[in-house]
Design a protein around this ligand. Structure first.
Ligand SMILES: Cc1ncc(COP(=O)(O)O)c(C=O)c1O
Length: 659
């Protein structure tokens, strides 16, 4: 798979939240063989059972809700619902719910064959009357294990299976831990949004391996597509949602990611790395040279904290780069940084902390944190300015007086997302000084430094050019910072590996959260990443990326200068993948409507050519509409020529629609 450039690139790239279309199509064919009709909207591919359980907990479970299970063996998989989400777990006797069943939300059936036909009928009937959902666990991928799903008239049954149990894949054993869920589209839509906030998407490498393994089996099979149209009423769905489920924010970017597949559309939207720059040969080489012992490890489960070799490799890498002293105990591995952001939200919720962040801020942090703490607990402050620091001090005084716990400060200070700004060393020092003074008085403010782009620095590349760097917050104040890193922008987003790095006092709290949630990251991508880092390939590869992305950064700045009307403002990108473009408010542009209705649908005519393009409207990057008059442009994916054309068209769109 890695030796085929197209499949190889797809297996290293970000994927759709619910999983690859190709794999879902294959899955639909397999399910069709069991009599289950499903369209792509009804299917999702997930990393493992614990991810599915976290998502079900997230969307549906409030503390005190009751979850019934069929067999004590099911307790294992359902534990997270009790331990983290506060569900009460009760065993079902002979498939019948007692009259004092409580506020039932889920019934987990691991072997529907054991239920009598009457019991099945009663269960489905009660699900409708009491408004609960049934999760039916597929039995070894055979058609007899889908009996509840097949009689499901109201879309209340979610069908859950493991790929490793599909007969043709069973020889792979635990090697591919991915699992799937089939559900009516309205339920799947909620789960998709929750998944976007939790891990963004599923590991592309493992999905690629499955696609390859399944194709001889399913190719040529006819599939009876058709949406699972059975739907619960909107009122019943609302009643099923947990408080987190009610707060889920549909992500603008997830919607816009779907535009990426439109033929001919110039894509300056999602922060998707250039697939041409993936180190395909090097990864192939690593995979081919894994020893039998390493394959054994790759076939096995990892641990909640991640594989020790990857944690140690990352600790050494960052220690050397930052001149600090980290060990593997200072590093935890997550399913992409997105999962780290989800954990930050949970951490803040547990402490009763608000999150203070800049405006604009990374929207993935907002979508991750809001379900846990609510929009009202996110505050925007520009902490680069004396005014912002003053606001922080005032906040502290008020909070201390009223007994509100210390906040968490979330920043992307180095070529961040979306604005691409670089905080100066002095600005960093000023904030650290304030935070230190708070902490000396026992006010435990924690700074989260999210840094996917710090190494993509395009300054100092040409002879005579000055290299502009600012030290990381981590290097300046290791005991007060949680630092987030990711494979996504410097190696492979499809590998879904993120890193939480920090002082042991905080790492213990994060490790505990991960244990409660049973966070598991697949072993194979961890082993590949460890080798990529240890061998020095990561360091080398970053130099290639710097040179290549610098060309595009220069191109987008030149194109903006050439085409944008006077009054439009941006900061020339010195690193990262984005430019933040601000358009005067008084021009009255609705940048969201213009994106969907004009830029993507109608297109803009330039030089006799109709040009369609996509950007991300700025409103997505704050919760207070303070950024509605801006857009985020990503220059990573498009070619230099496409960048010029898209910016030309964008400038024209602004001219045509401004007041
Ligand atoms: C600032 C920031 N944090 C986190 C992420 C999530 O990255 P990952 O792919 O590792 O989940 C991104 C991705 O665009 C990002 O820009």
């Amino acid at each position: 798979m890695l030796s085929d450039p197209e499949a190889g690139q797809a297996s290293l790239q970000y994927g759709l939240t619910l999983g690859s279309r190709e794999l879902r199509t294959q899955l639909a064919k397999i399910l069709a063989g069991m009599g289950i009709k499903s369209d792509l909207d009804n299917l999702g591919i997930f990393h493992n059972f614990s991810e599915v359980m976290i998502l079900l907990g997230e969307v549906f479970i409030n503390p005190g809700d009751v979850v019934y299970y069929q067999s004590p063996q099911d307790l294992n998989i359902l534990q997270v619902l009790a331990e983290y989400y506060g569900a009460e777990l009760k065993q079902l006797s002979s498939g019948i719910l007692p009259p004092d069943a409580g506020r039932v939300k889920l019934v987990y059936i691991s072997n529907s064959k054991q239920l009598s036909p009457e019991a099945k009928e009663i269960l489905l009937d009660m699900a409708s009357k009491l408004n609960f959902l049934i999760v039916e666990r597929s039995l070894n991928g055979d058609s007899d294990g889908s009996e509840l799903k097949l009689s499901d008239k109201e879309g209340r049954v979610l069908f859950l299976g493991a790929f490793s149990e599909i007969p043709v894949l069973s020889s792979l054993g635990e090697f591919i831990p991915l699992v799937y869920l089939e559900a009516s589209s309205q339920l799947m839509e909620k789960i998709e949004i929750a998944k976007g906030a939790l891990t963004l998407c599923t590991n592309s490498l493992l999905q690629g391996m499955l696609i390859k393994a399944l194709s001889p089996y399913v190719d040529g099979k006819e599939v009876n597509f058709g949406k699972d149209e059975t739907q619960i009423s909107p009122e019943e769905l609302q009643d099923l949602l947990s408080y987190r489920g009610e707060r889920l924010m549909p992500s603008e970017i997830r919607e816009i990611l779907k535009y990426a597949s439109i033929e001919g559309l110039l894509y300056l939207a999602g922060g998707v790395p250039d697939p041409q720059l993936f180190p395909l040969d090097k990864i192939l080489n690593i995979v081919n040279n894994l020893t039998p012992e390493e394959w054994m490890e790759a076939l096995n489960y990892s641990s909640h904290k991640g594989l020790p070799e990857l944690r140690a490799a990352m600790a050494d890498y960052i220690s050397e780069r930052e001149g600090i002293n980290l060990t593997e105990d200072n590093v935890l591995i997550t399913n992409g940084s997105q999962q780290a952001l989800d954990l930050i939200g949970r951490f803040a919720e547990r402490r009763g902390s608000k999150i203070i962040t800049e405006s604009p801020t990374y929207l993935g942090m907002l979508t991750a944190a809001v379900p846990h703490i609510g929009e009202e607990d996110i505050l925007h402050m520009d902490l680069r300015t004396p005014q912002g620091l003053n606001n922080l001090s005032q906040y502290r005084t008020g909070a201390m007086q009223s007994g509100v716990p210390a906040p968490v400060i979330y920043l992307t200070p180095t070529f961040g997302n979306p604005a691409g700004y670089l905080w100066t060393e002095q600005e960093r020092r000023n904030l650290i000084d304030v935070v230190k003074s708070f902490r000396n008085q026992g006010y435990d403010v924690l700074i989260i430094e999210d840094d996917p782009y710090g190494e993509l620095n395009y300054t100092g590349l040409n002879p005579g050019e000055e290299l502009i760097i600012a030290p990381t917050f981590l290097s300046m104040y290791p005991e007060g910072i949680i630092y987030l890193a990711t494979n996504s922008k410097v190696f492979s987003p499809g590998s879904r590996i993120g890193y939480i790095v920090g002082d042991n006092q905080y790492m213990d709290e994060f490790a505990q959260l991960m244990e409660e949630l049973e966070v598991e990251v697949s072993a194979l991508p961890q082993l590949i990443s460890a080798e990529f880092i240890k061998s020095g390939m990561l360091k080398e590869h970053i130099q290639v990326l710097r040179r290549e992305y610098a060309k595009k950064a220069r191109a987008i700045d030149e194109a903006l200068r050439k085409y944008m009307p006077e009054g439009v403002e941006w900061t020339p990108p010195q690193g990262g993948l984005f430019v933040w473009v601000e358009i005067p408010q008084e021009w009255g542009l609705d940048l969201k409507a213009l994106l969907h209705d004009v830029a993507v649908k109608e297109g803009v005519n330039i030089d006799g050519e109709n040009v369609k393009f996509a950007y991300v409207p700025g409103g997505a990057f704050s919760i207070d509409h303070s950024t509605d008059n801006a857009v985020r442009l990503c220059f990573a994916t498009a070619t230099v020529e496409e960048i010029y054309k898209a910016i030309h068209a964008f400038a024209e769109l602004i001219r045509q629609h401004r007041r």
